[in-house]
Design a protein around this ligand. Structure first.
Ligand code: FCB
Length: 477
């Protein structure tokens, strides 16, 4: 029941009995280094593939770059204070590889490490649990020049970098995510080329995916050896994939896309093998000759937690000869070997990314991972939505984003009630930021950022979320 002494900021919470989350549920918000930090050439930081990509004409909307972004590098203490005001229990951030190990090899850059030390200390000082992601897409440019993720050596370089960060921060950070969304790094970065480094070769994408997972496994082994108390995990972006009809061709299309989007990573990381149907689908693209004996044992090194980023569902149908494929991450070459599968839109409400809003898909995803793959604790490490916002009289009212969070938190609660060991939820994102190829044109934040003045304004969704955290729950509908 809502507490009349402190009414919720937004009326949505006012009806029905409370949906309470388990004690200790980890309520958080997430960001990533390149999306918020700015200070791209300060403190010894050198370029990553995202600096190069965003500075290349035609790669991002309006040529936007992360040079300044939210200027978080200079405003970090204020941003942590804002997190504390919202009552966040945890903050998921990423470390910029080229800030702490310029060039991607060799000695650590103390100035870079000091920034994260200060961030972590600031968080701990406010009682906020730091959740550190090692790789949120910013590969040091020299490692790309040496072959990037399609090259096996990059996996070893990543493990060295992980060790260096663990040496510096392992005494004060408990939760470690190796990779954020390796599907995007591999298939958007090296397949469709809509993300950095902007290469387009299906075989490279498949090799990149493997070496990302190898790097993950090597990093887990290194961290496990040196920081036995650490809680180690990976974050995968997962989608329910639904056939548009019961027709055999549609069902097969769904099997293919599920293989590429979900099982390409879930099966090796949590089961130690690539699915046979997936390698068969990819036969024209890759012979998997890059997979060496022992790789899958490394890749499936035991974890403590599994992170899931959930945004939407894919609905797919059998190819129709001559049909036009859709753009961006549905573009054909991010589905090597299955380029002609059609992505169907159902006419349900979408966000400003054109992603269909599908909260039940979160329940399906969580239940599937728990049922088919693991008993480990699960965390939603990202979930959120872009909508167009307006600042009116210094306020930002964002009912659509609030409703998206509300629906997905109800889904998260339903999954817990059904027995899924979901232990936490991170809203994407704490604040508006550089949305990759979309630059600053898509706003995912609970906090509005004016990119000229860098003024932050908590939107109504942020005030609502603060109330959810305070109550550890929300009202049933
Ligand atoms: C995820 C990314 C994150 C952000 C959201 C909208 O794929 O991990 O950085 O771009 O999408």
């Amino acid at each position: 029941m809502s507490n009349p002494a402190s009414p919720p900021a937004v009326g949505v919470l006012d009806q029905g009995p409370e949906l309470t989350f388990p004690p200790g549920f980890l309520w958080g918000a997430a960001t990533a280094a390149y999306q918020i930090e700015g200070a791209a050439a300060e403190g010894g930081r050198t370029p990553s593939i995202w600096d190069t990509f965003s500075h290349t004409a035609g790669r991002t909307v309006a040529g936007h770059t992360g040079d300044v972004a939210c200027d978080h590098y200079h405003r970090m203490p204020d941003d942590v204070r804002l997190m504390a005001e919202l009552g966040l229990k945890s903050y998921r951030f990423s470390v910029s590889w080229p800030r702490v190990q310029p060039g991607g090899t060799g000695a650590a850059n103390q100035e870079g490490l000091d920034f994260y030390r200060r961030l972590v200390d600031e968080l701990l000082g406010h009682g906020i649990e730091p959740w550190l992601t090692l790789y949120h897409w910013d590969l040091p440019q020299p490692l790309e020049d040496a072959g990037g993720w399609p090259a096996r050596d990059t996996a070893a370089r990543f493990a060295d970098y992980a060790q260096l960060v663990a040496d510096a921060l392992g005494d004060r950070v408990k939760y470690w995510t190796t990779l954020n969304e390796p599907w995007c790094s591999a298939f958007l970065g090296y397949g469709s080329g809509v993300h950095a480094p902007g290469r387009s070769d299906g075989g490279d994408a498949v090799r990149a995916g493997h070496h990302l997972m190898l790097g993950h496994g090597l990093a887990v082994q290194a961290l496990r050896a040196s920081r036995p108390q650490a809680q180690l995990g990976i974050t995968l972006n997962l989608y329910p994939v639904t056939p548009a009809s019961d027709a055999a061709g549609d069902v097969d299309a769904a099997r293919r896309i599920d293989g590429l989007a979900n099982r390409f990573f879930l099966d090796p990381v949590l089961g130690g093998a690539y699915p046979a149907d997936l390698t068969a689908d990819l036969r024209q693209v890759s012979d998997f000759g890059h997979v060496r004996d022992g790789d899958l044992t490394i890749i499936s090194s035991p974890l403590d937690v599994v992170g899931i980023n959930y945004y939407s569902r894919h609905v797919v149908a059998a190819p129709v000869p001559g049909a036009e494929p859709e753009a961006y991450w549905r573009s054909p070459s991010c589905w090597p070997g299955s380029e002609d599968v059609r992505f169907v839109t159902r006419g349900v409400p979408v966000t400003d990314m054109d992603w269909e809003i599908d909260a039940p898909g979160l329940v399906e995803t969580l239940e599937r991972v728990h049922r088919d793959y693991t008993d480990l604790p699960l965390y939603v490490t990202e979930n959120g939505s872009a909508f167009v916002d307006a600042v009116v009289d210094g306020q930002v009212d964002d009912p659509d984003r609030l409703a998206y969070f509300d629906a997905h938190l109800r889904a998260a609660h339903a999954a817990i009630s059904a027995g899924v060991p979901l232990k936490g939820y991170f809203a994407w994102s704490l604040m508006d930021n550089f949305e990759w190829a979309w630059g600053y044109t898509k706003r995912f934040g609970m906090v509005h950022v004016d990119y000229d003045s860098q003024v932050r304004i908590p939107k109504s969704s942020a005030r609502w979320y603060a109330e959810v955290i305070r109550r550890n729950g929300l009202a049933a509908q």
